[in-house]
Structures are given as C-alpha cells and as structure tokens.
Design a protein around this ligand. Sequence first.
Ligand code: ADP
Length: 494
Amino acid sequence: MSKPRVLFATSEVYPLVKTGGLADISYALPQSLRQLGVDARILIPGYTEIVHHKQLHLTVVRDHLNIFSSLNFPARLLEGIIPHTDIPIYVIDCPELYVRDGGPYQDSKGGDWLDNAIRFGVLSKVAALFGQYEYPSLFEPDIIHCNDWQAGLAPAYLHFGSQPHAKTLMNVHNLAHQGVFGPEVVTLLNLPPQSFSMFGLEYYGLMSFLKSGLYYSDWVSTVSPTYAKEIQTPTFGYGLYDLLAHSEKRLTGILNGINVTDWNPETDPYIAANYSHTNLNGKAQNTLALRKRCKLDNSRSSATRPIIGMITRLTHQKGFDLLIPVISKIIEEGAQLILLGSGDKELEARLQAIAATMPESVSVTLGYDEEFSHQIEAGADIFLMPSRFEPCGLNQMYSMRYGTIPVVRRTGGLADTVVDTLPSTLDNRTATGFVFEEEGSKTLLNCVLRALLVYRDKTTWKNLRINGMTQDFSWKNSAEQYIALYESLLNITA
Ligand code: ADP
C-alpha cells in the first residue's frame, strides 16, 4: 500500500510564523512524515510574515478561490516550499483577512481580531476543498490533518459536502482554545442549519469550531497519552469532556517529538559553548554567559548557585500565580531565576516588579526571543514548568536534551516525559527530573527545594543530566504512530 497523502491545515508554522508549540509541530511533524515517505504538505493563511517573507518564494496556483458567497474579498492560492526544507506549503492569499500589523490571532494590543471566525473559517473551508479533491492538479490528500480550532470546521464542511472525500483527523494541541462565536457565524460561513445542534457544532447556544472538529472528524488525536485521558474529565474538558469520553474509542494521544537538529547542544550556534552527554564541560561556560547576559550576581559565592530557567507564555495555564508567592523563598534557598516570556499584562508587571527588588538574583525578560531561549536551556541548571495543565509541552524535552533538569507538575505531556527522582528511579537510571502532584504554591516550592538539595550532590546531578540527555525525543517515533493512525483511518468505511 502506498503511503497516505496528508494536508496539514494549521494556523502557524515555524520559522515563518510562531506563537507557541503548534508552530514547532507544524514544521517538525510534516518534515518527519516526509522523511518516512508520506507526502505531507501544509496549508496556512497568508499572514504578512508569510506573503512578504524574503526567502519564501510563492507562485500563484489558483487565481480565484470560490470560498463563501458572503466573502467579498478576492482570494488566491499560492504555493512554495518552506525555506531550507522540502516541505510544500499552500498559502491562502487574502490580504483583507490576513495582511495586517499584529499576530495571527490578535492585534498589537492583545485583543482577538474581530473577524477571526471568517479568517479561520476560510482556512477550514480551503482545507475541505482540498479534501473534496477540488484541486486535482495540485494535491489530492487522503487525510486532512486539522490542527486546533482554527481548522476545526473542515470536518463539518466535508461531512455535509459531496462524497467521496478525504478522511479527517482533528488534532487537539490545547483544548483551552476553542474558537467559540455567535450562532450567526453558521450562516455567514455557509454551514447548513442542521449543523447547529447539540449533535453538531452548537456549544451552549454558541457555535464552536473545536466542537465541530471533534464531532465531525473521523478521529481525534491529542499530543500526549495523559492529556488524552485528562480531557475526558470535567477539570480539563472545558464542557467537552462528555463528547470526548463518548469519543474515547476514536481518541488517541500521541506524544509530540522535538526538533533534535535545531535543539542540539552539540551543534547549537546560539550558545556560548557546545557540549554533549559525554563531555559536559561546555555547560558551565553557558551558565557563565547566561549570568552575564542577565546581569545576575556572578561573584564567587554566587557562581555556584543553580539557575532556574523558564521560557513561556505568561498565562494562567502556566501556573505563575502559584510561583510568584514563593519566588523570594526559592531565592533565599540559594537559586537564581531567569525568565523569558510574554502574555498577561498583569503577570508581566508583577514579575518585573519582583525582578526590580532583587536584580542580582531574578531576571525577567519580556518578549519573544528564539536565540535567548536556546541560551537559557543551555545555561540553566533547572527548568521550571509548574503548569496547571500541559497538553504536551516542549521545553521539558529541550531541557533534558540540554542537561537542564526539569521540575514539573504531573500533568499531560509533563507526566509522560519526566521521570521523578526517587531512590528506585536513580537506581535503574530512569530519573530525569522532579515531579509534583498537587496544584499549589507549597507543593511547587517543596519540589524545587528537593531539586536544590539533589543539586548539591554533584554525582547524582550529573547522572540525572546524562539520563535526560540520552533520551530519544525525536519526531520519528511520533511520526510512525501518526502514519499507523492515518492508515487505520483509510481502512474505515464511511
Ligand atoms: P505552549 O504551546 O503552550 O506555548 P509549549 O511548551 O508546547 O507551550 O511550546 C512553547 C514553545 O514556544 C517552545 O518552543 C518555547 O521555547 C517557545 N516559547 C514560548 N515563549 C517564548 C518566548 N518568550 N521566547 C522564545 N520562545 C518561546
């Protein structure tokens, strides 16, 4: 049997446009799939960063896209190859919807774009047009791989559209983002009235892109086995847990991999010195460079203090309100803290205020900085992720690869990737980090203190580093699981 052809409909892709982990996955998974012989291609909106990208050469492959009768703007389909890869990318060129100052989802003040329903309705619809074999001379996918709510209407369009059509996989990267809009959007986006039902995309009187994807897709996947279980419970399920529990037989958790080429301490061009698990010497140079860059106290007495790194969106999900009350205690216990992130304005201000009171021990950098994020991974000793929930999480895997010990809450992908340090896991060399259970400042603090204690035992610490650095988090394993899933979908009869 020939390998399935897959259209990967996504709202962001590294290195063209990125707000979080979805961009990394949208780059790495299609690339790994292609290496395994799958013809995987990407479909994405033509944001400013994409249509004006200097190295992305786009050609027009369809001049007039026939999308919705209500859409008054001309739209075209462009085609190119993501720079430095062999991944084909289709771009929906509709400047009125996508070319503007701001991010893919929000304006520069942090407010959602008011026309997001149309912007991502168009993405979903064009994905469905591919799935209905409307562009046979371009690409006839067997599978439409829909990522997050932005592509969630594609399964509905295909369900109500002409037969035969491609199979659909709804891949949930974060159930917290659902794409919920007023009921008028159903007509606006040319969805049939019968779709607006409890057994459809209706969600408490509104319409939900994500629910559409969950309900109408052939299969649902999410980004770790533990998160797949968690979202079937009221705590994590955002009112969709019932539907997900009912869909259990068509719900799979496949752990994300990481890009082991870009995130490799042996070759990373952004860091002060390269190193490996067989020669960790360079790590200390990175620590020194990081302290200098962040202007943290580097006097002889401070030079042995462990650095705790954090790189993240500043949101409720990431547990900062749990961390803030115990930062001073963590510093008192001898650590230094370096944080890179952006998001919630109130959290940004609170964290900056804390850094201002102890600049020799706490550094807070607001913004998004890829290069600096590599330097933190390389230079920090500990990486902290006190997330309330974490569908998969990437930074704990980057950290392990860089010999930086993760301290994490036992949730989602963190639970599936980090093995707590216990006498038994030290003995069998599986320990890779520190894990705490309960959501709370006290449990977080205790776990950090546990890590600080072990940090003083240089031999054990080195063993933890090596255990983490020798884990295989490459995409190959995940990509193989996706291929098996695609193949099983193609065997399902409608
Ligand atoms: P999420 O998708 O919930 O934001 P993940 O851990 O899955 O969290 O992925 C986040 C990705 O974004 C990681 O690659 C992380 O390094 C990166 N990232 C997040 N915030 C920043 C930032 N301020 N600067 C640089 N990279 C960041």
